[in-house]
Write a protein that binds this ligand. Sequence first.
Ligand code: ZN
Length: 240
Amino acid sequence: MKYAILGDIHSNYEALTAVLEDAQAQGIDKYCCVGDIVGYNANPAECMALIRDLNAVTVRGNHDHYCSYNMNLKDFHPLAAEVVDWTRRVLNEEQRQYLHDLPLYKSENLFTIVHSTLDNPSSWGYVFDRLEAESNFAYQTTQICFYGHTHVPMCFEKRLMVTLLRYEKFRVEPGCRYFINVGSVGQPRDGDPRAAYVVYDADFKTVELRRVEYDIAAAQDKIRRCKLPERLALRLAMGK
Ligand code: ZN
């Protein structure tokens, strides 16, 4: 069984279609999404439709959450708030309800997916270091948990201690647990502008981070045509 784990798509249709094409070539059996289908880019409805068509197991990200109903955005970064507001207006009632009804975390038999962290998924904490990962492991009952939110791919491995690994491809070891950030499809922030996602091969127990080129100029062009903040277009090319 081969899984594609993807997340932080953020309404980037060009990146998502490129990733799905790559995933199809990998012979993926099942798709999982760690959240944030919407936000930042110009195609929220189109990206949501693709994810729903795939029957992907999906959890709710903070952008999905805030775009799904009209709560106050005062705690949001102004740049993000502007896009959340725009996204709410372009989605219809049924689409907002879909986002609203997504669970905060979900366990398959072999792994769990969550947008931020299992210790308090609705507070949307960012996991960048070992201490933050340690709090997650206290709640992680499966060997692997995939997450997103930071848009920076990294892996925490827990034996007795937690170690942080940068990874491209590795084998899951018995007796270890893993908390793995799958990077971002639609707005990578690790300095590599290519779309990121993970292939988890449950038979060979391998986790592989894949990077996929996509038409960045087309995604930027849509951001400008929708009059979303210019900075959102610029950062796509920088991967930041
Ligand atoms: Zn995100």
